[in-house]
Design a protein around this ligand. Structure first.
Ligand SMILES: NC(=O)C1=CN([C@@H]2O[C@H](COP(=O)(O)OP(=O)(O)OC[C@H]3O[C@@H](n4cnc5c(N)ncnc54)[C@H](O)[C@@H]3O)[C@@H](O)[C@H]2O)C=CC1
Ligand SMILES: O=C(O)C1=N[C@H](C(=O)O)C[C@H](O)C1
Length: 257
């Protein structure tokens, strides 16, 4: 860390939250207010003028997939670091963001499909296991108010598994299905079947099932409460300034990638 950055960190990190009235945004506001080294300076939601972002050093963005890219671009243009939890970051959107951030050297953007430490480990374990199993499917389970499917976590998990399988020279997952008019076999992400369940009472859950001859390995993670995401969000807020450019996945801040 450069001496100037260390000096700046003596005072609390000024944080604004976009999507502050939402389930995650409101939890983030509470966590930022409760932490000794962060100060909540701004709360923004749909229809608000983001302006100078209330003078924030770091913005935390949890809105909706259709709005996130424009919100993040607004922050980057003003030289403000951003920690993004919103889903829906396609390769195209990421490429545009990388260009925007490239024009603002020193600005850091963290895009994390999931901030829960157990979910990050689940993805890492799944990536490790992928080359050993002929079959794999991802099942994500969420609250029924979630607007996107499959979840960002499931899509990322499937992409990591797909890449690991290709690297290991594995072919397609075995599946004799020829007749599935209603899509009962789920979606495919990078060739990996992904199934999305929506049930009242749930928060955020995922199973990754690996099948081999005579055995099944199941890796499961459950977030029972949105507080599970907060240590990861705060870690992102503390470290984003030290990671200029665009980073996808909190694992890169945790020494796991
Ligand atoms: N990365 C992670 O660990 C997690 C990510 N998420 C993701 O975060 C996002 C938000 O999830 P929830 O908080 O459950 O949704 P939510 O629907 O409760 O909150 C979204 C908020 O964004 C606001 N909003 C809508 N359009 C906006 C705009 N143009 N500018 C600013 N604010 C706007 C809404 O009014 C609402 O208050 C989703 O994409 C979800 O998948 C959710 C949980 C954990
Ligand atoms: O909408 C949610 O709730 C969640 N969204 C993220 C996702 O789509 O992966 C993270 C977590 O699963 C909760």
């Amino acid at each position: 860390m450069c001496p100037l950055t260390r000096l700046a960190r003596v005072s609390a990190i000024k944080v604004s939250v976009i999507g502050a009235d939402g389930r995650m945004g409101s939890e983030v506001c509470r966590a930022v207010e409760a932490a000794a080294d962060t100060e909540l300076v701004g709360r923004f939601d749909h229809g608000d003028d983001l302006g100078d972002l209330a003078g924030a050093d770091v913005v935390v963005e949890f809105s909706v997939p259709d709005a996130s890219a424009a919100n993040v671009a607004h922050c980057v243009e003003r030289g403000v670091h951003v920690v993004v939890g919103t889903t829906g970051w396609s390769e195209d959107k990421l490429a545009t963001l990388r260009d925007q951030v490239g024009a603002r050297p020193g600005v850091g953007v963290l895009i994390a499909p999931n901030f829960a430490i157990g979910a990050i480990l689940m993805m890492s374990f799944a990536q490790q296991a992928a080359r050993f199993y002929e079959s794999v499917e991802v099942v994500e389970l969420h609250h029924p108010d979630k607007v996107d499917a499959p979840s960002g976590t499931a899509a990322r998990t499937a992409s990591l598994i797909g890449a690991a399988r290709r690297e290991a020279g594995l072919g397609d997952v075995p599946d004799a299905t020829t007749h599935d008019p209603d899509g009962a076999r789920g979606a495919r992400v990078d060739g990996i079947p992904v199934h999305a369940l929506r049930l009242r009472g749930l928060v955020a859950h995922q199973e990754v099932l690996f099948g081999g001859t005579g055995e099944l390995l199941t890796i499961r993670h459950d977030s029972f409460d949105r507080v599970s995401f907060m240590p990861g969000v705060l870690e992102g807020v503390r470290k984003v300034a030290d990671h200029p450019g665009v980073t996808v996945g909190l694992e890169h801040y945790l020494g796991l990638a």
